[in-house]
Write a protein that binds this ligand. Sequence first.
Ligand code: SIN
Length: 276
Amino acid sequence: MTGVDLSKPLQAEDVAKLRRALLDHLVVALPDQNMSLDDLERLTDALGGRDVTPFVKPLPDRPHVIRILKEPADKLNFANAWHTDLSYLPEPPSFTLLYCLEAPPVGGDTIWANQYMAFETLSAGLQENLLGLRAVHSAGSAYGTGGYLDGVKHLMSTPIEPSKDAYREQIHPAVIAHPETGRSALYLNSVYTARIAGWTHQESQGLLQHIYRHAVNENFTWRLRWAKGTLAIWDNRSTQHFAMNDYHGYRREMVRTSVKGARPERAIRIGEARPH
Ligand code: SIN
């Protein structure tokens, strides 16, 4: 999207246009911006209000802004696995804003996968089964004390704060109805989905591993080549994303905010009345 200057407050009609573009395209990139942190927070507020990002230390005096940083010597980057932001919360964020302060000369792209397409391309039989399922989400295996990131946080510059609170569990429908478009989207991701509700971990794996592979099929994806001054905004109700770690020896610095969301509602079958 071009022709928008995000260093100035947006008019209500421009915010509405941006929101429409997000609902239609799922990810919107706005290149050549010159945003301050105040500008980023103001846009976050205009889209629905700032949310906190648990388990990552925020910037000083900016409790809603995190810095995603990879230094040239770092082995690992942040978010190098397919996921939907904060799906372990009761009310996960609707949108995420990611602004590029420094891009590596090669690599460091972000890739998004369309979860409407992921659902729509499943067989009618599997769709029907998934519409009746819920899944348990937790940040434990990633951010829990003794979890994956606790073991590798010294290899990365994004400030991870592992916690025992990350092991809390939250149940969401396996297929959600997008609250603004009404479309059905798969809502299962390999980082935060722990198991199908009511199934054991082992029983869940066959189905979940199949879904994880299918959900990020290349044909459902879009990839952004970052440059300093690009802002990307994406809809977490209809996408998963993945940050490439293919720029060893270079620096990449981003700042990120999230927009408050609502409790995901289950998608309904065609002809089924929505329960009140
Ligand atoms: C994220 O998952 O928010 C980070 C994505 C990125 O750094 O490209």
